[in-house]
Each structure stands twice: as structure tokens, then as C-alpha cells.
Design a protein around this ligand. Structure first.
Ligand code: ADP
Length: 451
């Protein structure tokens, strides 16, 4: 096992990793920018190192500063959390070159899955169902129109280097294809320095369902069921739950086994998420995230498995916590990502938290790094915290969620709490009857303002 882990992240996920390290008896090193000197992860870690000024590129993404921090503190492993360097294959290789362990998958797997065209080809080869589309990237020279016609309109143009919904354009008809191609490619070039694009069938009302997997890097892998993340705004997840309100145990076992088998064949190491769109009973792979995800607590609540702790164990060469038949899904969990944003315009609202009262009680979990008197800096994401609620049934979970949302107090900054209070009382949500465009349509109607 590792002796000392450096946590190359901030906010709630840094705290989350710290907790797992403490339980495992591993010493911790926090790193922080000058803007985060008073942050909770810095206070709770055994040691801390300032790695640069506020902009992430000069601090949390600053590889030489992180290497120096490992050297100074004698850390033997680095946990990257999510975002920042978590899916940077080069970072994993540089750490290895310095005899440091990267707590994450093998660099080659990060690289393959980070390129969406390569990822899709790999998924297909491993027997995972993919969205019908062009077999690889499309170039202006070839007959893109005939490829698109073969797929059938509407067609979605996507960036190979895509992320966060950027470089994605729908072409509803043949007449829209050329413009969608050039817009998506230009956007991708500007955002990622790579204009490569590919085509996919555009699905009208799918759900976003993702499978959590865990591998030991030696051909052992299990799946831990699914999370339904269909409630999105601008392709960003807002509300996540598990199990999906619409998946049968048989369908779960089937897709879960397909994913676990693929990971066994790859000899995948660590935690990962295989993301699908799900429509008319069919799964369509869209991408794989090779890191711990924001919404991982849902899976922890319904399986009782500590994903971050197991991630650290397998990274150190340990075994999986159990075989597949040791995983059972108990009850239901919902997560709300509470942001410091105006709940109607979604304008960020950084600033000082004057009053803070987290909710409590049976089945209520808060993963957050804020405290009363804490100032949310303007430089990073606007996550105040994640409220995760568990119940024996989905009905009980919703009942408990409404109670917890009424109990929580965050004053001094605007938050998205009013939106969640409205969503938890919305008939379509209560019925589990929603898809990936539902939330944007709901917001466009302006219904939440009256809540
Ligand atoms: P990114 O890496 O930019 O997040 P993804 O491929 O994960 O891109 O897709 C993000 C979101 O975009 C999905 O959750 C879904 O809402 C939408 N999306 C992606 N592919 C399709 C598709 N083929 N049809 C309809 N919607 C899609």
C-alpha cells in the first residue's frame, strides 16, 4: 500500500479522497493555489504545499509544481480526482518516469478512451454496442453526404477531442449538414486545438445511462450497476440517480456484464464509467471516462462499496473487493449538484457564505468542502456541494430528498437549491418520465420561477 498520497485537486473531491486515505491509514498531502489557502482540503490534510497562483493552468495543472510538491513531501502516489489532470495520459507517464504512482488507469487506456473516435472503435471491438455513425473521422474531401444519408437524418456532428458538450452540432436535414460540419470543426479547433469530427445518428429522446466499473489491471473486473444522468443542462449533469427508473434487473445485468467483460479483456485498472444513450430498449455507447466521477456517491449508496478507497487499493496492486455476485443493488439514491449560481439564469455567484447549515438524518449525505464564512473563489467551478439521499425505494428517496432540500441553508451566495426543490416536486420527475432534453425544455418554459 502507499505511504503518502498527494491529492492533485481541490474542493469536495479533494476532501472525499482525503477521507478514504484517512480510513486506509495513508498520510495525505494537499496542494493549493494562493486562492485556496483557506480551503477545507488544506486544513484537513496532514501537509500542504502551495503550487501557484489562482489560474488552474499555473497551479492545479502545473505538472512541474506538482512533481516538486511530491519531492518535497516524499509522497509516493498522486490521486488526480476528476477534471484537471485526471484524464491526462502524459501526466500519468511523467509520474511513472519519476517513480511515482498515478492512481488511475494505465496511460494507454486513458489515451485510447480520451480520443472519442478511437474509444468508439475500441468499444465496438470489445463487443459494446455503439451509436450508428461514420466508422472514423470524416474529412471534407470524402463524400460526407452519402455517409450521413446512410446513417439517416437527423445526424450529429461530434468532435473527436470533444468534452463538456463542445464541438457538437445537430444537422436536422441534408441542407444543414455542411454548416454543421464546419461549425463543429471550427469550435473543436478553437477549444481543443483539433478540428477532427465524426458523424453519429442523432437520438431524439434518449436517456443517459452509465455503467460503473472497477478493474484490477490483471484481467479481473466487476460492474456496479448504473446511474441515470438524463437531467442535463448544456450537456452538463444536474441531477443523477441510481438505479435508473426505467431499467429492469435483467437489462442491467446484461449491459453490466458486457461492460465488465470488455474491461476484463482490456485488463483495465481502477474505476471507470462507460456512458450510453438508451432509447427504445437499446444501449448506444457514447464515451468512457477513465476516472472517478462527480456522481460516484450514488453507486456507493446503493452498493455499499467505497469507490475511492477501492480505487486506491487496486492502484496499489490490491484485489477487487468481491466477485460480481458479491455486488447487490440496495434501494435508491439521488444526487443534486448544488452550484453557486442563479437558479434561473445560471450566472455564477461566487462570494462569501454567510450562513451554512447542512441537512442530516438517516440516508442523507453531503459531499462538500464549504463552511460558514468560506469564500467561494471565482476561478474554479461553482459547485457548493453534492446532496446525496438514499431510500429503500425511489418513493422514499424522493420524500427524503424534499425534506433534506427544505432543511439545508446556504446564505450569502445564490444557489441552484430552488431549482432542485421544484424538480423534486415535479410530476414527470416523480414518475421517472424524462429524457436528456427534458430539463432544458422545462427551463425554457420558465416553470421553475414559480416554485
Ligand atoms: P462530451 O464528451 O462533450 O460530454 P458526450 O459524447 O459524452 O460528449 O455527450 C454529451 C451529451 O450529449 C450526452 O449526454 C447527450 O446528452 C448528448 N449526445 C451525445 N451523443 C448524442 C447522440 N448521438 N444523439 C443525441 N444526443 C447525444
Amino acid at each position: 500500500m502507499f505511504d503518502k498520497i498527494l491529492i492533485a485537486n481541490r474542493g469536495e473531491i479533494a476532501l472525499r479522497i482525503l477521507r478514504a486515505c484517512k480510513e486506509l491509514g495513508i498520510a495525505t498531502v494537499a496542494v493549493h493555489s494562493t486562492a485556496d489557502a483557506n480551503a477545507m482540503h488544506v486544513r484537513l490534510a496532514d501537509e500542504s504545499v502551495c503550487i501557484g497562483p489562482p489560474p488552474a493552468k499555473d497551479s492545479y495543472l502545473n505538472i512541474p509544481a506538482l512533481l516538486a510538491a511530491c519531492e518535497i513531501t516524499g509522497a509516493d502516489a498522486v490521486h488526480p480526482g476528476y477534471g484537471f489532470l485526471s484524464e491526462n495520459a502524459r501526466f500519468a507517464e511523467i509520474l511513472a518516469d519519476h517513480n511515482l504512482h498515478f492512481i488511475g488507469p494505465k496511460a494507454e487506456h486513458i489515451r485510447t478512451m480520451g480520443d472519442k473516435i478511437e474509444a468508439k472503435k475500441t468499444a465496438k471491438r470489445l463487443g459494446i454496442p455503439v451509436v450508428p455513425g461514420s466508422d472514423g473521422g470524416v474529412t471534407p474531401g470524402e463524400d460526407v453526404m452519402s455517409i450521413a444519408k446512410q446513417i439517416g437524418f437527423p445526424v450529429l456532428v461530434k468532435a473527436a477531442a470533444g468534452g463538456g458538450g463542445r464541438g457538437m452540432k445537430v444537422a436536422p436535414t441534408e441542407a444543414d449538414l455542411m454548416l454543421a460540419l464546419s461549425t463543429a470543426s471550427n469550435e473543436a479547433k478553437a477549444a481543443f486545438g483539433d478540428g477532427a469530427v465524426y458523424l453519429e445518428k442523432y437520438l431524439g429522446k434518449p436517456r443517459h445511462i452509465e455503467i460503473q466499473i472497477l478493474g484490477d489491471g490483471r484481467g479481473g473486473a466487476i460492474h456496479l450497476g448504473e446511474r441515470d444522468c438524463s437531467l442535463q443542462r448544456r450537456h452538463q449533469k444536474v441531477w443523477e440517480e441510481g438505479p435508473s427508473p426505467i431499467l429492469s434487473p435483467q437489462a442491467r445485468a446484461r449491459i453490466g456484464e458486457v461492460c465488465a467483460n470488455a474491461m476484463r479483456e482490456m485488463q483495465y485498472l481502477g474505476v471507470g464509467t462507460i456512458e450510453f444513450l438508451y432509447e427504445d430498449g437499446e444501449f448506444y455507447f457514447i464515451e468512457m471516462n477513465t476516472r472517478i466521477q462527480v456522481e460516484h456517491p450514488i453507486t456507493e449508496m446503493i452498493t455499499g462499496i467505497d469507490l475511492v478507497l477501492e480505487q486506491i487499493r487496486v492502484a496499489a496492486g490490491g484485489d477487487l473487493p468481491c466477485l460480481q455476485d458479491g455486488i447487490s443493488i440496495n434501494g435508491h439514491a439521488i444526487e443534486c449538484r448544488i452550484n453557486a449560481e442563479n437558479p434561473v439564469t445560471f450566472r455564477p455567484s461566487p462570494g462569501k457564505i454567510l450562513q451554512y447549515h447542512p441537512p442530516g438524518g438517516l440516508g442523507v449525505r453531503i459531499d462538500s468542502a464549504v463552511y460558514q464564512g468560506y469564500t467561494i473563489p471565482p476561478y474554479y467551478d461553482s459547485l457548493v456541494g453534492k446532496l446525496i439521499v438514499h431510500g429503500k425505494t425511489r418513493g422514499e428517496c424522493l420524500m427524503r430528498l424534499r425534506r433534506a432540500l427544505d432543511e439545508i441553508v446556504v446564505d450569502g451566495v445564490e444557489t441552484t437549491l430552488p431549482l432542485f426543490r421544484a424538480l423534486a416536486r415535479e410530476p414527470s420527475i416523480i414518475d421517472g418520465d424524462y429524457h436528456i432534453h427534458w430539463l432544458e425544455q422545462y427551463l425554457a418554459r420558465g416553470d421553475q420561477k414559480t416554485a
